[in-house]
Design a protein around this ligand. Structure first.
Ligand code: ADP
Ligand code: MG
Length: 569
């Protein structure tokens, strides 16, 4: 049906002054003029607010090549933006795996025409309420898709369960555990990775979870085994000899102990006595054997130490139902691949256990392990844009370490609250810097590096966590997985030798919704390949326009087309 002519057009009189035309008498337009006026109006009209909403949502579901050409500028931009966003998770997708593409475009002519009549209610009338205002039963496939998009959840692997909308609704998590999470830990809502992981793992699927550091992966993988244990009787004198039912592997002892601590935060309130033990280097075999002698439900271990204990027969793994590899990418970086495969082989058949892998980055090695040792896993990736946007990255050229130190003390540290983490590459730099801070400033510093004993490392971490130290000077030992709340600033006093480490180092700040800052000092001695990757990353993650590569750096390195060569003097 043709659209009626604008009333303003009908009452206007060509050639008259505005004052005369505003309330002028209606004029009769002949058919030709009426058609011209209608075409004119069609061409100049901006979409209504409701149409814009439709386009925003339509933009989210438009698939490659379907973006359409007829819609107006704002809608097109959003659609293109959505397409750009979705093109990130593309490893070996089959079209049928992509759960975000199940439905066709949702905007029909009917909606657009009807929208003009009553803009306020039509969104509700045709499209329904927003998913957050619906009951679980009212949720349509389209609502689930919008929910996944709202939380940047992408899926692969077929038959993926819907994410959690909250802790309680599906009753999949026992109330006892929900109560602890809400009232003791005060986590009122699941994080996106927790929303996506828990239903799939409780469904019995093997699982690969990809999410940035600080996104809450630990609790995502701890809740399902805790739910499982809640249904089983406590260990008795016989079952305690069979080893843990959940085994979690982590690349470093600090991370293993952090996972143990996170698990204990929940376990200590459980009605069923549940034992969590960590198995890491630095504790003697006698100590380990003593802690295992009382039985253990959840064992958190580093791969090397676990194999030692298996070989010296102080541990058996006869009843591992759940095997979790945390920070899988780091374990591969650390050269644990062989140890991982040994453990994967010794914990029974692929089908007899449920295996999960969590990682911040995906690589072909991880996919190979997932294909070899996991049973048709569900892949979930949670977009990391939000986390990255929380960290302002600054890069400066400053060759001398003395200059870096005075720059920090004079200009940088006074602007940041504690705790601050300063990363260096060598133990001797850590000691030198710690001495300088202690003798020349009032900052309280602590150090963490590989030559420290286990006890000393734990002590250093506690000093920082408890606020007894303002600054931690650390090597990459602390770059990964360690969670110290509220780190306001990460300084790469020496740039790391692998770019991967950069991401993990700066991930110590800007966690759990807080913003943070990462300052990196460069010198021409830094590896040009790593520097090139750094610039590329700083540029591509700068969605908010907050990052800053100082002119000094631009002078020293040829920037442009991401090709960076240090200038040799
Ligand atoms: P990741 O393993 O992904 O790096 P962590 O599991 O260490 O992240 O969690 C990062 C921080 O977020 C921790 O301090 C943790 O206590 C907190 N956290 C976890 N889950 C939630 C939640 N649902 N709500 C609020 N904070 C949470
Ligand atoms: Mg973690």
């Amino acid at each position: 049906m043709k659209r009626p002519i604008d009333i303003n057009k009908l009452i206007s009189r060509e050639g008259k002054r505005p004052s005369e035309t505003a309330i002028g008498k209606p004029v009769y337009l002949n058919k030709k003029k009426r058609i011209e006026a209608a075409a004119d109006r069609e061409a100049n009209e901006e979409p209504t607010a409701v149409e814009n909403i439709q386009w925003i949502k339509a933009g989210n579901v438009i698939k490659n090549g379907e973006a359409g050409t007829s819609h107006k500028a704002s809608g097109t931009n959003i659609a293109v933006h959505a397409q750009k966003n979705r093109s990130k998770f593309r490893f070996d997708w089959n079209a049928e795996d992509d759960t975000t593409g199940e439905d066709g475009p949702v905007v029909g002519r009917k909606v657009k025409v009807a929208a003009r009549k009553s803009p306020e209610t039509l969104e509700e009338f045709y499209m329904g309420k927003h998913w957050s205002q619906k009951t679980l039963d009212e949720m349509s496939e389209r609502d689930w898709r919008i929910l996944r998009e709202d939380y940047h959840i992408e899926t692969k692997g077929g038959s993926i369960q819907h994410p959690l909308r909250n802790w309680t609704e599906t009753s999949s998590i026992p109330m006892e555990i929900v109560d602890i999470i809400e009232t003791k830990l005060k986590y009122l809502e699941p994080t996106p990775i927790q929303r996506a992981t828990i239903p799939n793992v409780l469904d019995g699927r093997d699982f690969v979870g990809i999410a940035a550091t600080g996104s809450g992966k630990t609790l995502a993988f701890l809740i399902p085994p805790l739910c499982q244990l809640n249904k089983t009787p406590p260990l008795n004198d016989f079952t305690k000899m069979d080893g843990p039912s959940a085994l979690i592997l982590a690349p470093t002892r600090e991370l293993a102990q952090q996972i143990e601590a996170e698990a204990n935060k929940v376990v200590k309130f459980l009605h069923r006595p549940t034992k969590v033990v960590s198995l890491v280097g630095g504790h003697s075999i006698e100590e380990i054997s003593y802690s295992l002698s009382h039985g253990c439900d959840i064992l958190v271990a580093t791969p090397g130490r676990l194999i030692d204990c298996l070989e010296s027969n102080i541990l058996v793994l006869r009843q591992v139902r759940t095997l979790i590899l945390d920070e899988a990418d780091r374990m591969i970086d650390f050269g644990f691949e062989d140890q991982l495969t040994t453990i994967l082989t010794r914990t029974g058949s692929v089908k007899g256990r449920q295996t999960m892998m969590f990682t911040a980055t995906m690589s072909s090695t991880i996919e190979r392990i997932a294909n070899g040792y996991l049973n048709k896993p569900a892949y979930i990736r949670v977009g990391s844009q939000d986390t990255k946007a929380q960290i302002k990255q600054i890069v400066q050229y400053l060759p001398s370490e003395e200059q870096r130190f005075s720059k920090l003390c004079r200009d940088v540290l006074p602007r940041f609250g504690s705790p601050v983490m300063i990363f260096i590459n060598y133990k001797r730099t850590a000691d030198w810097l710690a001495t300088k801070f202690s003798s020349e400033t009032r900052y309280r510093v602590t150090t963490l590096h590989g030559s420290k004993s286990q006890e000393q490392r734990e002590h250093s971490l506690n000093l920082l966590r408890s606020g007894k130290a303002d600054i931690m000077i650390a090597t990459d030992v602390a770059g990964r997985g360690i969670d110290i709340p509220n780190v306001s600033l990460v300084v790469n006093f020496q740039m790391c030798t692998s770019f991967e480490s950069y991401i993990h180092r700066i991930g110590r700040t800007g966690r759990a919704g807080k913003s943070g800052c990462a300052l990196t000092f460069l010198t021409e001695r830094d590896d040009p390949k790593v520097v090139e990757e750094l610039f590329h990353y700083v540029k591509t993650t700068d969605t908010e326009g907050i990052n800053d590569v100082e002119p000094s750096v631009r002078q020293k390195f040829h920037l442009g087309r991401n090709q960076l060569q240090p200038i040799v003097h």
